[in-house]
Design a protein around this ligand. Structure first.
Ligand SMILES: Cc1cc2nc3c(=O)[nH]c(=O)nc-3n(C[C@H](O)[C@H](O)[C@H](O)COP(=O)(O)OP(=O)(O)OC[C@H]3O[C@@H](n4cnc5c(N)ncnc54)[C@H](O)[C@@H]3O)c2cc1C
Length: 236
């Protein structure tokens, strides 16, 4: 057991210590905690680790499973644009033998899930935050499970979770299939015919009239830095 883990409570003892106060209730009770983190992606988990370093009690709410957006909103053949050595989180980094490689989606999910485990992050999965309101003492955070009071809220719900579909999308002729990057999984979703492939995730999200074929993404910023081999790996 690491020194970090010894400073942490087990999940069961944490839940026990945050038992709801039975008198303040929307349906059953309102719970109390110092800080609430919304989202168990990279950012939310890194924040959890930093809060733990400062002995600040907190809970991380995640609407699905840990690394939910990587599990549900990425296409099958996606590889990170960023090399393995560059994927670091507080007190956690790549320790494999391919530092210049590019992770698959499955490997990204494993990396994030391993991190949550390594830091014993107090994540409550399948809990969606539905509203945050300020109160005199802090914030009232409502979820689809319970209501919570806290002094601080960290919103780590992601920046790419809502497809930005421009208004002209509904003027595109019906025979043309439109897919955002969130919905695209593999070429089997597309009918035979012309396909436009985007090289950048934001371009895909913002260009619903265009299509992705095999998710060939070139690491644009690293072109002059890394050897060609790395680009070929990223393209396949
Ligand atoms: C197609 C695509 C490709 C990308 N490729 C790369 C890459 O190659 N390299 C790179 O460095 N970055 C890449 N990114 C960016 C990367 O995904 C983000 O930078 C990273 O995931 C941000 O982490 P995050 O924790 O801020 O957000 P997320 O990973 O999105 O995590 C947010 C979490 O919050 C949860 N959540 C949201 N709303 C609620 C709610 N109301 N209640 C509870 N939980 C909630 C979500 O379920 C999710 O788990 C890519 C993004 C996209 C869309």
């Amino acid at each position: 057991m690491t020194s970090l883990q010894t400073r942490r409570m087990s999940r069961s003892s944490w839940i026990e210590s945050h038992r709801p106060c039975p008198t303040r209730s929307r349906t059953t009770a309102i719970r109390n905690v110092t800080t609430i983190v919304i989202g168990a992606g990279h950012a939310g988990l890194a924040m959890s680790r930093c809060l733990c370093d400062r002995s600040i009690d907190h809970v991380v709410f995640e609407r699905g499973e840990i690394a939910h957006t990587w599990r549900t909103e990425r296409w099958d053949s996606l590889r990170l644009l960023t090399p393995n050595w560059q994927s670091r989180l507080p007190a956690f980094h790549y320790d494999g033998n391919d530092p210049d490689g590019y992770r698959t989606v499955t490997e990204v999910i494993e990396f994030i899930a391993s991190y949550a485990k390594a830091i014993s992050a107090p994540v409550l999965t399948n809990t969606t935050v539905t509203s945050v309101r300020s109160t005199e003492a802090g914030y009232l955070v409502r979820t689809d499970q319970d209501d919570w009071l806290c002094r601080a809220v960290v919103i780590a719900s992601g920046a790419c979770n809502v497809a930005d579909v421009p208004s002209f999308a509904n003027k595109v002729p019906r025979p043309i299939t439109q897919l955002t990057a969130q919905d695209y999984r593999n070429p089997e979703q597309l009918a035979d015919g012309g396909v436009w492939s985007s090289a950048h995730p934001r371009a895909v999200l913002r260009s619903p009239t265009k299509y992705i074929a095999r998710a060939a993404r070139l690491p644009c910023r690293w072109a002059s830095i890394f050897e060609r081999r790395a680009f070929i790996v990223a393209k396949t």
